[in-house]
Design a binder for this molecule. Structure first.
Ligand SMILES: [Zn+2]
Length: 67
């Protein structure tokens, strides 16, 4: 998705916006959490990336690992 191509439908119509969000993941990432969002305007697929490295570390400590 970050390369500009939708992984679901293959469309190149992917748009992104980076912004700050106060309450990402129920406050887990913290007050200054930044987020990168990607949206495909053809199929509506949506991806979101947490930018805050400390927030990601807290996820490692508190969330259950899938793999
Ligand atoms: Zn798509």
């Amino acid at each position: 998705m970050k390369s500009g191509k939708c992984p679901k439908c293959g469309s190149p119509n992917v748009y992104t916006k980076q912004y700050k969000q106060a309450e990402i993941l129920g406050g887990l990432v913290g007050r200054t959490g930044e987020q990168d969002d990607y949206i495909c305007t053809d199929c509506g697929y949506y991806e979101s990336y947490i930018v805050d490295k400390e927030g990601l570390q807290r996820v490692r400590e508190k969330w259950k690992r899938v793999g």
